[in-house]
Design a protein. Structure first.
Length: 74
């Protein structure tokens, strides 16, 4: 799933995650805990760490899988 994250005083951060529910749960846990930093494990194995308090919004979009073969244009 492709996720755009609005960050205060910055532009958007775009990440690709496999489990959007886990991302939301990590965000909620970071807001409730003493540590406000949130780790996002991306689908390609990379990691992004952001301040949960700086997040303004999440926008979830399905990942587009590339087509195989030729597509007819019309």
């Amino acid at each position: 799933m492709n996720v755009r994250i609005g960050i205060a005083n910055a532009k958007e951060l775009e990440v690709e995650v496999e489990d959007a529910d886990a991302l939301v749960a990590a965000y909620e846990k970071a807001l409730q805990g003493a540590d406000s930093m949130m780790t996002i494990d991306e689908a390609d194995g990379s990691r992004t760490i952001v301040s949960a308090e700086a997040i303004l919004y999440f926008s979830f979009e399905p990942s587009e899988k590339p087509g195989i073969g030729f597509a007819a244009e019309g």
